[in-house]
Write a protein that binds this ligand. Sequence first.
Ligand SMILES: [Zn+2]
Length: 202
Amino acid sequence: KMVFLTFDDGSSTTVTPEILKILKENDVRATFFVTGENIERGGKKAEDLIKESFEYGNAIANHSYTHDYKYLYPGRTLNLDNFLADFNKTDELLKKILGPYFSTRVIRCPGGHMSWKGMDQLDNYLNENNMASIDWNALNADAEGRKKNAQELADYAIKTSQGKDIVVLLMHDTYGKEETAKALPTIIKYFKDNGYEFKTLS
Ligand SMILES: [Zn+2]
């Protein structure tokens, strides 16, 4: 059994350091789908966090620069030129932080690949470039509905992971997601107790 812990919309200088600390305490690795705008907002501190995270063995992957649905998918339909320009900006930024040889073959579409029209064009592009867009099959629901406390987030993550041998768990490490960090030890314990191996996407 395998679990991929994934954190979207970071880095933040508030929640990401907490997540990183908990991952280290538990000796597990995760995948961070970062957005360029948030990295720039966090300045040098955010850049250092990405370096530290990458050196620890976490995977750093691309989740666009702006995360702006209207720009990426006007009329809920993919605009491939905008999409690629936006993702390229974050790719350049990551190369600046992690070195020119850094590359990731993995992206996550803002809002999820499943949510938009005209995605065939993107799939063709990704296939041609040996890349993949990865959604999720479980979540802690820290970005939907009313704000939940740590126990509720952990319960949600466990409930949606139940019965799955391969779990890709969606969480967020952006500003305001302190409860996600607090829920993480319980979530990690659940997967350890149930014999899952922790894997990353790169
Ligand atoms: Zn997102």
